[in-house]
Design a protein around this ligand. Structure first.
Ligand SMILES: CSCC[C@H](N)C(=O)N1CCC[C@H]1C(=O)N[C@@H](C)C(=O)O
Length: 353
């Protein structure tokens, strides 16, 4: 199983395939994945054939010694670029076109006139899709915390409380446990359930509402992600019908998760079921995504994806149906792809309606 310990070797193979001699890594999650440095927004990594160097500034002198096995050079640009320049003269150096700013590229061009800069996309992201045993342990711990918090907060979701009350209860418990929220917590009740990314508002939850809660913990830099839609009082028969359809789609897609399955085919499993229930148009997003140092990472579980599942990937399965003016439903589990199938990491009960 690929992990950070041998990611640098795997990365060098990728660089050979891409026809470059080195890579300037600027994407924070990639910097962290290659170096272990936990303040990666303030770092860069230069990977060459011979080695790899972590660049950051003097605020982190002690921290990098504690966290990173890579040799570090402590400076700020332009001294950073000047340090790297002699070893790069005449080489083809890749940069991360999906994260380096235009200004960042201009700075590199000015600092390294003898270097051919080559735009590359998603090279390190591809290597991050398969998690190491340690990363799996971290994400498992983040999800276990999220499950505990959801279990504590579920009884508080009732008529008369606001969506923000629910989000506050979740976020404060995550913080008290030494984590933080993985993203802006989604609490979408009643008609707001039709908003797939309906962040908690001041709406007061009413009897008969479905309430979609999409939450995750960020623990030591690793994320979890899970959604449950719960009923308050007695929802209408139409809402129950939608709920059951989404639940069927989710269960079928979860059951199909195993190594070798094409991500696009998984998406089609859920989409086919929702379409059969007349809800194809209402499923307004992709089936799921990888989770790790970022909430959304490879593999992408969508109709246009070319990704194929491998053991060690951690993915969400999250079909939903959103009906403007009425409401919506999403059910999301977090899964580890194993050698012979999958393990569902999210343990919060999925309610019957
Ligand atoms: C802002 S993080 C949202 C986390 C959530 N679990 C999630 O990933 N969602 C919510 C509904 C759709 C899905 C999403 O954003 N999917 C992306 C990858 C897409 O483009 O479909």
């Amino acid at each position: 199983m690929t992990g950070p310990e041998n990611r640098l070797d795997a990365l060098r193979d990728e660089l050979t395939r891409a026809g470059v001699d080195a890579l300037w890594v600027s994407d924070p999650a990639n910097v962290r994945a290659l170096s272990g440095f936990t303040s990666p927004a303030d770092g860069k990594v230069l990977v060459t054939r011979q080695g790899a160097t972590l660049y950051t500034d003097a605020r982190y002198t002690v921290q990098v010694e504690q966290e990173s096995p890579l040799p570090a050079f402590i400076a700020r640009p332009p001294a950073t670029y000047d340090h790297a320049a002699p070893g790069l003269e005449g080489l083809r150096v890749g940069f991360e076109a999906d994260s380096l700013t235009v200004a960042g590229l201009e700075d590199l061009q000015a600092a390294w006139p003898g270097v051919t800069l080559v735009p590359l996309r998603g090279v390190v992201q591809g290597l991050r899709a398969v998690k190491s045993p340690e990363e799996i342990r971290q994400i498992r711990a983040a999800q276990a915390l999220a499950d505990r918090v959801f279990g504590e907060v579920r009884p508080l979701i009732r008529a008369g409380v606001t969506e923000q009350d629910v989000a506050y209860e979740i976020e404060s418990r995550l913080l008290r446990a030494g984590a933080e929220s993985a993203f802006g917590i989604i609490v979408a009740s009643g008609p707001r359930g039709a908003l797939p990314h309906g962040h908690a508002s001041g709406r007061v939850i009413e009897d008969g509402d479905l309430v979609t809660v999409d939450m995750g913990a960020r623990l030591d830099g690793y994320h979890s992600d899970m959604t449950r839609t719960v009923a308050v009082g007695n929802p209408s028969e139409e809402l129950r019908r939608i709920y059951r359809a989404v639940r069927e789609a989710e269960g079928a897609a979860v059951a199909a998760v195993k190594p070798g399955v094409r991500a696009a085919d998984l998406d089609a499993v859920a989409r086919g079921i929702l379409t059969a229930h007349g809800l194809g148009e209402a499923f307004a997003h992709s089936l799921g995504h990888g989770v790790g140092l970022e909430v959304h990472e490879r593999p992408g579980l969508r109709s246009t994806s070319e990704d194929v599942l491998e053991p060690g990937m951690i993915v969400t399965i999250e079909p939903g149906a959103y009906v403007p003016g009425l409401g919506g439903v999403r059910i999301e589990d977090l899964l580890l792809v194993t050698e012979d199938g999958h393990e569902v990491l999210s343990r919060s009960p999925i309610e019957e309606l």
